[in-house]
Structure formats: C-alpha cells, structure tokens
Design a protein around this ligand. Structure first.
Ligand SMILES: N[C@@H](Cc1c[nH]c[nH+]1)C(=O)O
Length: 374
C-alpha cells in the first residue's frame, strides 16, 4: 500500500458526516419508537459470529457474499453479519428459547457484504427491522407489512408501495400442479425471475408462462393468478394475499409479482418488497420463513422484515432542517447554560475569544441570560 492510500476507504465503504449521522440516528430512533409501540422489544447482536451460525439458521442463506475469515483465537471461520434476521433467529432459538410465543423482536445496525447489489457498490448498509417469531400466519404477515409501512412513514418516507410475491411458488407448483424434474426447477426459477418468456419455454416451463402476466396492481393481478390456478394449489396463498392487502387498505399502494425472487433467500409462502417515492432502489423486504433448530430439525415459523434506509438517510440529510444552536461566550453563567440545555437547546461553548458563533453554525448567542438570534 502506498503512503497516499492512507486516507482512502475501500470501495463501497464510507463515513457519515454530521448531517448524515444525525439523519441515520433519527431514522433508527423513530423506527424503534414505532416497533416498541407495537410491542417489539429491541435486541442487539455482535457484528461478527461463527459463519456457521449465520448461515445455517435458515435454509437458503448464501455465504458467498459474506466477509469471512479465520478467527486467530478459535481457529474457526467467522463472518461479518450480512443480515441481522439470522442473528435474531439465533437469539430466539437460544437465549429466548423459553420466552412465550409469539415473540416480537426488533433490531438495527450495520450489515456488510463483499459485493454490493447489482449496480449499487455499497458494501455496508444500515439494516432496521422486526421479526415476529412463532407464526407465519396471514395475521402475522399482515401485522409485519403494516409495521414496515408505519415505520417507513414515521422515518419520513412518502408514497409507499408494497410488492407482494410468493417466494416458494415454483416449489409449490412443481410438486403437483405443474410437475418439473428436479434438474429443471432452478432454470425455470431463473427464467421467471428474469421475466424471460422464451427462456422459460426452453427450460421446459411452458405451463408457467401465465405467471409472467399475473403482475401489476394487486386487484387485477391477483385475479389473473387465481384464473391460472385452476387446480386450486395456490388457493390458500391467494386468499392470504387478499386478506393482507385488505388489512393494508389505503396505507400503501399494493402490487403483485408472484414469481419475483430477487433478494429472497429463505422466505417461504409470503414475501414483500417495499418502495417509497423518490427513491429508486427498494427500501427493504420481508416475509415468512422457518428458523431451523439443531441439525435442521424442529423448525419454528416466523415472519419479519428488514429496511435498508440509507437512501432515505441521504434525502433527510440533504434537507438540512433548522438547527438551533446557542453560542455561549467566554465567561457565561454555567447555571443559565445548563437551564437552556434542559429546555432543549444545543449549546456551543467558546474556547477562546477567536471563536466565531456564525462560523461555528450557531443560530443564537447567550446574552444577558437570553438566547438572542444571530
Ligand atoms: N432479512 C431479510 C428480510 C426479512 C426479514 N425477515 C424476513 N425476511 C432481508 O434483508 O432480505
């Protein structure tokens, strides 16, 4: 490494300067306030763990994108967390194994990936979420979707839309209604994901073609899905989606894309992606899943979501809200200053005569015991 590299950060990593740090903290705080108001208790977990405990708690978790290295102490493989849901699942299955169900937990913190998502180079992101452990019912899914919407709105997002999906759709249909040889399942999934009609036919998934058209605004797309499901294999899922949409009502715009799988590694019958106006990337996703016990046995159902609010943090940081700071000149009365802080002021105390209140970002100055606008 050259001496000139000293101040560089690796690609995809960055600092948060005060405005951004404030906005990130604001988003976390309001989200946790919403979670707490609905009975979700916050948990915290370490930033790194044994790779195995992060990867084996849910079927389908990919380790390829995790930062992994050998622990010089235990000589075992460690990984930086890439998704706190796996950690919350571990906590629920171990430290809180005996806590009554359904168990409502929330979390927030940084997660890291070796490689960003698609064109997004970001390798560290803020993740904020909630998990409802002990149920993957329609009621649980509806509560989770509503909670995600409420938290995002409280954090300042507007024009929320939610895209529903059925993550295990191909497995469900492939088992009975539209049988597929095991060797074809992955190819059919990929072609559905890519919305590639020609590729889907080539992969032997002709019968799945109508799924490519059961997309769009929920009310019409769900009818198309129901019409496709002549054998009723999806009937309970379709009824579930309808019920969740009904509960969400006009709190968000709802769309359906039954074969969307992007980012869904371990979700089961229900998944959703959440978007907000003015932000091109998704704001998060969630769904139902199974937490595996020791040696993969005794799975416990769960439902949850994770938000990735960094784009919203950037928007809020750029809005530069009115920041009221009170300059305390040299020799000010410490008791008065303390009282000003007690009623909500942030104070900036002069260290020398040279300190310039305006240059230091102060809006007011303490004069004769009063805050005087600058
Ligand atoms: N943690 C998942 C979303 C999720 C939370 N709970 C269930 N699913 C993700 O970030 O993709």
């Amino acid at each position: 490494m050259h001496e000139t590299d000293r101040d560089l950060l690796p690609e995809g990593l960055g600092d948060r300067l005060p405005q951004q740090a404030w906005a990130a903290q604001h988003v976390r705080r309001v989200a946790h306030d919403v979670f707490a108001s609905h009975g979700y208790d916050r948990v915290e977990a370490p930033i790194l763990e044994f790779e195995k405990s992060l990867a084996s708690r849910m079927a389908g978790v990919q380790v390829r994108r995790m930062f992994r290295f050998v622990d010089p102490v235990s000589l075992r493989l460690l990984a930086l967390r890439s998704d706190m849901t796996a950690q919350v699942a571990r906590i629920a299955a171990t430290g809180l194994a005996n806590a009554p169900r359904p168990l409502r937990l929330s979390y927030s913190g940084a997660v890291a990936l070796i490689k960003g998502d698609g064109l997004d180079p970001t390798r560290e992101r803020l993740q904020v979420g909630a998990e409802l452990v002990g149920s993957d019912s329609v009621a649980a899914a509806a509560e989770i979707v509503e909670l995600a919407i409420e938290a995002l709105k409280a954090a300042g997002a507007t024009g929320i839309s939610v895209d529903f999906t059925l993550p295990d759709l191909v497995d469900t249909l492939g088992a009975e209604a539209l049988p597929l040889p095991a060797s074809r399942i992955e190819a059919v999934r990929e072609m559905l994901d890519a919305k590639d009609a020609g590729g889907l036919v080539d992969a032997g998934g002709e019968g799945y073609l109508p799924l490519l058209y059961a997309v769009g605004p929920f009310a019409s797309a769900i009818e198309k899905l129901a019409a496709f499901d002549t054998q009723g294999v999806l009937a309970s899922r379709i009824a579930g989606l309808r019920e969740i949409a009904e509960r969400v009502g006009d709190k968000a715009r709802i769309t359906l894309d039954p074969s969307e799988r992007h980012g869904f590694e371990y979700q089961s019958w229900f998944g959703f992606t959440i978007f907000a106006d003015g932000i091109t990337t998704s704001m998060g996703r969630g769904g139902t899943y199974q937490i595996l016990g020791q040696t993969g046995r005794n799975p416990e159902p769960a439902t949850g979501f994770s938000l990735y609010p960094d784009p919203l943090v950037e928007v809020l940081a750029g809005q530069d809200g009115e920041r009221r700071k009170l300059f305390l000149p040299l020799g000010h009365d410490a008791g008065i200053a303390a009282r000003q802080r007690a009623i909500g002021w942030s104070t900036v105390a002069a260290l020398s005569d040279a300190d310039d209140p305006v240059a230091l970002g102060c809006s007011h100055r303490l004069e004769g015991g009063e805050a005087v606008a600058l």
